[in-house]
Design a protein around this ligand. Structure first.
Ligand code: MTE
Ligand code: MO
Length: 257
């Protein structure tokens, strides 16, 4: 059967450039602050702007408008580029909001993945149960907004398969993630169901090492690095905007790459 998905053949540097361009970086927010009049911003966002807090609120709203545009541009049938084994970046970079010696230690035998919100089956999953689901792997490029990108190989469970398995409401707007290190993020349902979105249990053919997110991370080649949560402890399906660690500090929520 022919592959129903079209493939985008983008060169890596172009992908990085495009990702950076789309992101609401602090610098761009600062520029907006200088160039847009308060009246203009009020009109655009429907927020009364009276103090620093309301400026922040209005700027967040601008970023959310941008999310809508991005969601609209997102094509669920487009595949991100994949690469040969020979192009895997070694060593693969580590990144988190703390140093590598503070990576959380998760006990594999005790671990249970919580699943909540708009799902039919709320049972908590042991790692063995997740490993018993059909596994797939892919070699894709991870793009971090700090200005680096790297190619890695992740394996695990197709996330759409997992969501269907737990009887998730696939018409819900968001899937949220809570992590063992107090990190959190959330994604739109179309991205959750994208064929390359993976509940990753392995990296480079080995169980996911602690620094790359043991016991599991959500790997999405269609989204920037900070949207890919490591050390996932709980997954929830919701219609209430969940935000996230960086998103709550002004990073663009959609965070497409
Ligand atoms: N739990 C958790 N997930 C996280 C982060 C984090 O600090 N904590 N950082 C994000 C960012 S900004 C990046 S670039 C990637 C880095 O993943 P890596 O260490 O596998 O390269 O993880 C993302 N997911
Ligand atoms: Mo990142």
């Amino acid at each position: 059967m022919p592959n129903p998905y079209r493939r985008i053949a983008l060169d890596g540097e172009a992908v990085v450039k495009e990702a950076l361009r789309r992101l609401d970086q602090p610098a761009r927010r600062a520029f907006l602050r200088r160039s847009l009049t308060l009246g203009g911003l009020s009109l655009l966002t429907g927020c009364a702007i009276v103090d620093e807090e309301s400026v922040e609120r209005a700027l967040m709203k601008v970023s959310r408008l941008n999310d809508k545009v991005q969601a609209w541009l997102f094509d669920p049938t487009l595949l991100a580029p994949t690469y040969p084994e020979s192009m895997i970046t070694r060593p693969f970079p580590f990144n988190a909001y703390y140093k590598v010696d503070e990576v959380p230690e998760v006990d594999a035998s005790e671990f249970r993945l919580e699943v909540g919100g708009l799902v039919a089956d709320r049972h908590a999953w042991a790692l063995e149960e997740l490993r018993a689901l059909p596994q797939t792997d892919q070699i894709t490029r991870h793009i971090c907004v700090e200005g680096w990108s790297a190619i890695g190989k992740w394996g695990g469970v197709n996330f759409g398969t997992f969501l269907r398995r737990v009887g998730a409401d696939l018409s819900a707007r968001y899937v949220g993630f809570q992590c063992a290190d107090d990190y959190s993020t959330s994604i739109d349902m179309p991205t959750a169901l994208h064929p390359q979105t993976l509940l990753a249990l392995s990296f480079d053919g080995e169980p996911l090492p602690p620094r790359y997110g043991f016991p599991m991370k959500l790997r999405m080649p269609t989204k920037l690095g900070y949207k890919n949560p490591k050390h996932i402890e709980a997954i929830f399906v919701t219609n209430t905007y969940p935000g996230g660690y960086w998103e709550d500090q002004g990073y663009n929520w959609f965070g497409g790459s």
